[in-house]
Design a protein around this ligand. Structure first.
Ligand code: SF4
Length: 381
């Protein structure tokens, strides 16, 4: 299958699947509307919510940090991890945004992506095609060729189940010796300091509980006012990504703990001894104060707008730089916010499909129009 065949197939599949999910679970639409209102409150007072979130994490016995840019984030996480460690990553776009995997590898750490798609991207030395399905452009034969490097019994005739089993076996050998688990966050609750993550593979669950240290790294746009909002966000994200109900929802509130003796809560228990939340600004605070750009911060990274976009369907991952995990219509907005790169916006033909399918009702074409205007001012400079 070529890219055109793959994207036609998955776009139609995603559209129909999401429509069916919304029919079967009609309350998801109300949850999305409520979530939009709650996220708008945070965007209007981002500084306050960042402080509230960090205070809540510290109250739980965790540690919270605010990094203003990529360099500061890498320094904080690099100091926490140290050298010659085994680190397991769950799929985290923000870690990709700051170049974290390469940074930790340069410091003599062994680093493994544990999301299957991201792992395939890592071992084939490519870059993500889609925010939810990073190896979307890879056929079964290409995945088999990549996995043959770790399991010689895999060949181009291997079934998908066999390829998945080979990766599972390989990653299990890494989990058992991992010193640090690094995850992203679908949402962070300001009132409780809890990190919510949604997944299907089970790798995030292992990454968050098996290594003695868990570091969650995410953008300040992922903060929501309450724990209820955080749970709403993972449900809405999963539904609009077309995979519902999700196999796992993980909530982490500080290091592991127990209250089994005299009902007094102590830490650590069986899970991680240390929990760190690294919040990254990298252009988000500035965007929250910009009337033309701030709506982009509502994005919950469901990836649905990609499938509605004629430019993404034509160019695929070639649309946006290898240094960015963000592609498609939302990628145009996020590439500008985090990299100050306006050029991907110039390809947009304003078909408007992205706005129609977005659960957060982001007026993506208007935001892109503003980014195009910024780009036009830079021409000739
Ligand atoms: S812009 Fe909307 S549709 Fe696109 S990834 Fe974000 S929330 Fe999903």
């Amino acid at each position: 299958m070529n890219w055109s065949q793959i994207i036609s197939l998955v776009s139609a599949g995603n559209y129909m699947e999401v429509e069916k999910i919304l029919q079967d679970y009609p309350y998801i639409v109300d949850m999305a509307d409520h979530l939009r209102e709650q996220k708008l409150k945070v965007i209007a007072n981002l500084d306050t919510y960042v402080k509230r979130t960090m205070d809540s994490v510290e109250k739980l016995g965790g540690h919270a940090y605010l990094a203003k840019d990529k360099d500061e984030a890498r320094k904080i996480i690099g100091d926490l991890v140290g050298e010659k460690k085994t680190v397991v990553f769950s799929k985290t776009n923000v870690a990709y945004e700051i170049g974290l995997r390469e940074f930790l590898q340069e410091r003599n750490n062994e680093v493994w992506e544990t999301d299957l798609g991201e792992y395939l991207v890592q071992i084939s030395r490519g870059w993500p095609t889609h925010i939810v399905a990073p190896a979307l452009d890879m056929t079964r034969e290409e995945a088999a060729k990549a996995v043959k490097k770790i399991d010689p019994s895999i060949n181009e005739n291997s079934k998908i189940e066999d390829i998945v089993a080979a990766v599972r076996k390989f990653l299990m050998s890494k989990y058992v010796k991992a010193d640090v688990g690094i995850t992203g966050a679908n949402a962070v609750a300001a009132d409780s300091g809890s990190v919510a993550l949604v997944e299907n593979e089970g790798n995030i669950r292992i990454d968050t509980v098996m290594p003695p240290m868990h570091i969650a790294v995410t953008g300040i746009d992922k903060i929501v006012p309450t724990m209820r909002d955080a749970l709403d966000e993972v449900m809405v994200q999963a539904a609009y990504a077309g995979i519902f109900p999700p196999t796992y929802i993980n909530v982490t509130s500080g290091p592991s703990s127990t209250a089994d003796i005299e009902l007094r809560r102590v830490s650590p228990a069986t899970g991680p001894k240390d929990f760190h939340l690294v919040l990254i600004d990298n252009g988000r605070l500035e965007a929250s104060k910009n009337e033309d750009l701030k709506e982009a911060l509502l994005c919950i990274k469901c990836g649905r707008c990609y499938f509605s976009c004629p430019i993404y369907r034509t160019l695929g991952k070639e649309w946006i730089s290898t240094k960015s995990p963000y592609n498609g219509p939302t990628g145009v907005m996020w590439n500008y916010i985090t990299n100050k790169d306006p050029w991907p916006a110039s390809y947009c033909v304003h078909s408007g499909g992205c706005k129609e399918v977005c659960p957060m009702k982001i007026n993506i074409p208007e935001v892109i129009k503003y980014i195009k205007f910024i780009g036009s001012k830079q021409v000739g400079k």
